[in-house]
Design a protein around this ligand. Structure first.
Ligand code: NDP
Length: 481
């Protein structure tokens, strides 16, 4: 496969190419992918500005039909595109398929939102004058997305951006270009103005940096790491470009003494090791009440050891490889760090040899850790989780909240009083009760606090805040007052 960029409405070669290999089997070449040049970036930004004006003027039913068509095709092709995603990212096919299907739902949800264009109307304080408040498109939106949910994260940004009348320039992570080309191919066949949507592949440091520094970009939606997010914010402020950023986290799951033990273990395993732990919502801190600690830990470690790790495109696999050599070596560095900090590695955390050469690692559980350790303060993005023992609910809540991040948190308890107190006092953007810290819906807001997020929330109706700008119009009948 040769993946080209989609520049100003044309599939275009780049100035160079990168190769993309399957992390489950490094002999499997997924394809070669074009890297965009600075000139191509300028050309596509100029065309996007023209196309955006035309698109915003489309009737709402015409826009709705475009988004519905993209969503329906993604859902219909979830198996095929989910397998491609699994091949380049390393999550099991079932997770890849689920991700592509969910991406389709983002588009069908925002297809419906195209028709729900309500504003506000008011009387002015001046008699005879009316006030009309409506939302209009921001203009050209740059979307910079990560590799861990290559189709879903991009879709939850692209769908509202188009719904609210914007042009989109998409720079996906260079680690997962095949899914980006596949989604772009679907969008390119729609009834949209030439250049409304572009795919600009290239490295973050080069193409990404040029995008965020461009005065031709009106808004930037980014998901990725905190250091890159801070750099983007600094660059964007020079042009007063609007930004929305979802970054890392260090999500905690509190397991209380009254928890259903089986449920707590299932929730913890799913939250910690789903998608090989490479989720911004992963349960990387397990804050466990002392009176249930030993029983919980025994089952947790047994569950982690029993997880079937292997080639992500083979049936029955629960956890695929990590995404890249770089991520694997970072993960192993954190394992060494945890041990040197005094945490006990109860299982896993080692590179696995498999029949296929890939980036395999066993799910690891640290015990006897405390919240001051770096493994409990820094995002690892790995199939690693740490148990922190506490003596009370109050101590659990205080540990959960003792972090620079604040994306998600969860509690497993059968007490309505504790669940209610936790829901109100956990300082995160998302709180779960008797559910994993990962797993969110598309029709409600998503985002966090602290270092986890910056700018308006994503998804649901909340997305309108970022992808639109408000206009207040004063209207007089034109006769003397
Ligand atoms: P990055 O933050 O480096 O990358 C995210 C996106 O930003 C990619 O598309 C990347 O491009 C791009 N990018 C990188 N540098 C710049 C720049 N200077 N200007 C504009 N865009 C840029 O995350 P990684 O994918 O490298 O992952 C590193 C760590 O980030 C992970 O280990 C994890 O801790 C965290 N992460 C968090 C995510 C979350 O959802 N919270 C998602 C992914 C990562 P390219 O990849 O092509 O360089």
């Amino acid at each position: 496969m040769l993946g080209q960029n989609y520049i100003a409405g044309e599939w275009t070669n780049g100035t160079s190419e990168i190769e993309n290999r399957n992390p489950s089997d490094l002999t499997d070449l997924v394809g070669m992918f074009a890297q965009a040049s600075a000139d191509q970036l300028e050309a596509t930004l100029d065309q996007a500005r023209v196309a955006q004006v035309e698109w915003e003027a489309y009737g709402m039913e015409r826009k709705q039909a475009v988004l519905m068509s993209i969503g329906n095709e993604l859902m219909a092709r979830a198996e095929e595109l989910g397998t491609l995603l699994s091949r380049e990212e390393g999550k099991p096919i079932a997770e890849g398929k689920g991700e592509v299907y969910r991406a389709g739902q983002f588009f069908t949800y925002y297809a419906a939102e195209c028709l729900r264009q309500l504003g506000e109307n008011a009387d002015s304080v001046r008699p005879g004058v009316e006030v009309d408040v409506r939302r209009e498109a921001v203009g050209v939106v740059a979307i910079i997305s990560p590799w861990n949910f290559p189709t879903a994260t991009a879709s939850w940004k692209i769908a509202p951006a188009l719904c609210y009348g914007n042009a989109v320039l998409w720079k996906p992570a260079n680690v997962t270009p095949a899914s980006a080309v596949a989604l772009t191919e679907i969008i390119s066949r729609q009834d949209i103005p030439k250049g409304l949507f572009s795919l600009v592949m290239g490295s973050g440091r080069d193409v990404g940096q040029r995008i965020v520094e461009s005065p031709k970009v009106n808004a930037i939606s980014f998901t990725g790491s905190v250091p890159v997010g801070k750099g983007i914010a600094s660059a964007a402020i020079q042009n007063l470009t609007k930004v929305q950023m979802e970054m890392g986290s260090k999500n905690a799951l509190a397991v209380m003494d009254d928890a259903d033990l089986e449920l707590a273990v299932t929730v913890a395993l799913g939250g910690a090791f789903g998608s090989t732990g490479q989720k911004c919502t992963a349960s990387s801190r397990l804050v466990v009440h002392a009176s249930i600690h030993d029983a919980f830990v025994e089952k947790l470690v047994a569950g982690a050891k029993a997880m079937k790790v292997g080639h992500a495109q083979e049936a029955g696999i629960q956890m695929g490889p990590v995404v890249s050599a770089q991520q694997l070596s970072e993960n192993l560095r954190y394992v060494d760090l945890g041990k040197s900090e005094g945490a006990e590695l109860a299982c896993g955390g080692v590179r696995l040899e498999m029949p296929h050469d890939g980036f395999y690692m066993s799910p690891g559980v640290f015990l006897n850790s405390n919240n001051g350790m770096r493994i409990n303060r820094e995002e690892m993005f790995a199939p690693l989780t740490s148990v922190i023992k506490v003596d009370s609910y109050d101590e659990a809540l205080s540990v959960v909240n003792d972090t620079n991040f604040g994306l998600t948190s969860g509690i497993v308890t059968q007490s309505l009083a504790r669940a209610t107190h936790f829901r109100r006092n956990a300082r995160t953007g998302v709180v779960t009760v008797n559910l994993p810290t990962a797993g969110t819906d598309y029709h409600v807001p998503f985002g966090g606090r602290g270092d986890s997020s910056y700018g308006p929330r994503e998804q649901g109706k909340a997305a309108a805040e970022f992808y639109t700008t408000v206009k207040t119009a004063y209207i007089s009948a034109g006769t003397p007052l």
